[in-house]
Design a protein. Sequence first.
Length: 261
Amino acid sequence: MTFEFFDVTVLRRELLSPSAVRIVFGGSSLAAFAGGGRDQRFKLFLPQPHQGAAVVPRGEDWYPRWRAADPATRAVMRTYTVREQRDGEFDVDFAVHDTVSAGPASSWARHARPGDRAVVLGPTLADNGGVDFRPLPDTDWVLLTGDETAVPALAGILSWVGTSMPVRAWIEVHDAADVRDLPRAAGVELTWLVGGGVLDAVRAADLPGGTPYAWVAGESAVVRSVRRHLVAERGVERHRVMFTGYWRRGATEDDLLAESP
Ligand SMILES: Cc1cc2nc3c(=O)[nH]c(=O)nc-3n(C[C@H](O)[C@H](O)[C@H](O)COP(=O)(O)OP(=O)(O)OC[C@H]3O[C@@H](n4cnc5c(N)ncnc54)[C@H](O)[C@@H]3O)c2cc1C
């Protein structure tokens, strides 16, 4: 099994910026948790507000059972990225988006306290299907775009790429105070866009020559527009653009799951 359930507790909570909270998770079985770095994703299961522990069916058929369970009592399931893993603990950086539309996961992170419990479905092998950043061997340079939800993945990707290839990256954030230190090797050109505008920025950019590999994440409509620009206007081959909608304006992750078969 490449993915297993882990019982975790909150060890620490740290405010990183006005829009980002870091939760450090710990757990006695986390020695078996083996993230692959880069944009390693995992499933996070949270208790409903009236519960102390997340209700998650386990075993091979957990997904149909979770889906069939009462949404009022089953755990809230969301997708997150492993920001960094250490011995027996790992960090998750939550974008705590605006309180009006705040969903259960960002609200949970905003209020989480040491000792709070959660469940994680995470990798037990570093080479697993939850890592999408996989540049092709003939890649000359890397293009990255994302928003606050993609900052943890971008940080993982930037440290993984290191000095091996030039990188051009654009990151949208809400507030100038959300600009953070990310791993930046020589050859990384990183532009923070306060208030958005990633499509216009990429459109206006004078991109390097050679063969790119693009990784595009963030709000779905923005992701689609950046991908369309790269493929249709810049002539980047489709298989060299890895794109993922991390969230969609006006839709919860449950809404998005309900659309899939
Ligand atoms: C592979 C993958 C990796 C991800 N990694 C991370 C990560 O490391 N950190 C992280 O913060 N997020 C990450 N996300 C995004 C996260 O799963 C979504 O933002 C999720 O919707 C948050 O759940 P919620 O319960 O707070 O909001 P939901 O209940 O899902 O949504 C409630 C409302 O909030 C809106 N909303 C959701 N996210 C945002 C946002 N960022 N800004 C403004 N409005 C929003 C929705 O459109 C909806 O209207 C990742 C997503 C994927 C697919």
